[in-house]
Design a protein around this ligand. Structure first.
Ligand SMILES: NC(=O)c1ccc[n+]([C@@H]2O[C@H](COP(=O)([O-])OP(=O)(O)OC[C@H]3O[C@@H](n4cnc5c(N)ncnc54)[C@H](OP(=O)(O)O)[C@@H]3O)[C@@H](O)[C@H]2O)c1
Length: 319
């Protein structure tokens, strides 16, 4: 079969022949249809992610740990838990029986690869208890997940949406898809702190955070009241870390601001997860929620892997 083959940690996968996987006891062969290439796949392939050892134990190997494909009977499924050195970026993958879930009718396989990013945005409800009318701040709103979070906040009935990014043109696009106000984080620390305060209206109820690092550190510092006050509580949901894996958090940021910080997994159980997924499916089918994907053939993997011009579109490889 043809596959994207990685020969060393941090290398660029190449379009090559690779032996077909053979299903062992309790395994099934998947005919791969669509695979999203995300930052996490690159970190795993670079050997810098905690899951690198699990998914890319030895070389040569095929990157990407999940995708959309067809079972031998033709059923379209989202699959994972691929047996290394196989990965999703190939014509075929081998997974344990049952390591897949059916994709609902009417959903394009390329779109299905991105739906998980929209499901994580639903954590504003599951983790932070968002209710319609509240003010939502999306940190990192020009990326794929952040743009979806702006759309999801609008669909959930946010009263006001503030969105951050670091490029004015891209931020204008985010306004066009539903943000009421935008903040460019590529300014001095002082200017950014002031921008968070100027845009907060009567206060941020929920922060959906795909950035962490410097912008979130400045935000959390800016939310500390300057005088004694009963501030409006702000619930922060930590989802991503595009701007940094860590930040410094002053005790006062929690003690006096009313800020509460949750991980996106808070409140997640199979039922909540399923409800969130079904809501995303419903909006996708009705056309209320749209996904920006750029489809490329597997044969283009070498160029596609190195692309930095996607501007909020998800790269989806179609083997
Ligand atoms: N937990 C989950 O299930 C889940 C699901 C989806 C995403 N995530 C996480 O969420 C984050 C975003 O994912 P994504 O798929 O949306 O990635 P993406 O499309 O690459 O977007 C990344 C965003 O972060 C911005 N950014 C990158 N570095 C920055 C910096 N130093 N300062 C300020 N902004 C910066 C980018 O701005 P530019 O475009 O200007 O470069 C872009 O808007 C990642 O950490 C990802 O792992 C988690």
């Amino acid at each position: 079969m043809k596959a994207a083959v990685l020969h060393e940690a941090g290398g660029i996968p190449r379009y090559e022949d690779f032996p077909d996987p053979v299903a062992g006891d309790g395994e099934v062969i998947i005919d791969v249809k669509a695979v999203a290439v995300e930052n996490v796949d690159k970190a795993i392939a670079a050997g810098t992610h905690y899951a690198s050892e699990k998914y890319i134990g030895r070389f040569p190997a095929i990157p990407a740990f999940d995708g959309i494909g067809a079972l031998p009977d033709g059923t379209l499924v989202g699959f994972g838990d691929i047996r290394p050195p196989y990965g999703a970026l190939a014509e075929k993958a081998v997974v344990p029986q049952g390591s897949y879930v059916p994709i609902p009718d009417g959903i394009d396989p390329a779109v299905a690869t991105v739906m998980a990013s929209a499901v994580t945005a639903m954590s504003m409800k599951a983790a932070a208890g968002f209710v319609p009318g509240e003010t939502v701040l999306v940190q990192g709103a020009t990326g794929v997940a952040g743009r979806l979070a702006v759309k999801v906040a609008r669909l959930l009935g946010a009263g006001r949406i503030v969105a951050t990014g670091r490029d004015d043109n891209r931020l204008r696009e985010v306004q066009a898809i539903g943000a009421d106000a935008v903040i460019n984080t590529a300014v001095s620390d002082e200017a950014l702190a002031q921008a968070y305060l100027d845009a907060k209206g009567d206060g941020y109820d929920v922060v959906v955070d795909y950035l962490w690092g410097r912008p979130s550190e400045i935000l959390l510092r800016a939310l500390v009241p300057r005088s004694f006050a009963f501030g409006k509580p702000t619930r922060v949901v930590q989802i991503g870390e595009s701007a940094g894996t860590e930040l410094a958090l002053a005790g006062s940021s929690l003690r006096t601001s009313g800020v509460e910080i949750y991980g996106a997994a808070k409140g997640l159980d199979p039922q909540t997860m399923n409800e969130a997924y079904q809501q995303i499916v419903t909006w996708t089918r009705s056309g209320e929620l749209t996904f920006d994907v750029e489809k490329v053939p597997l044969s283009d993997i070498e160029t596609a892997w190195q692309r930095t011009d996607l501007k909020g579109r998800r790269l989806v490889v179609m083997p």
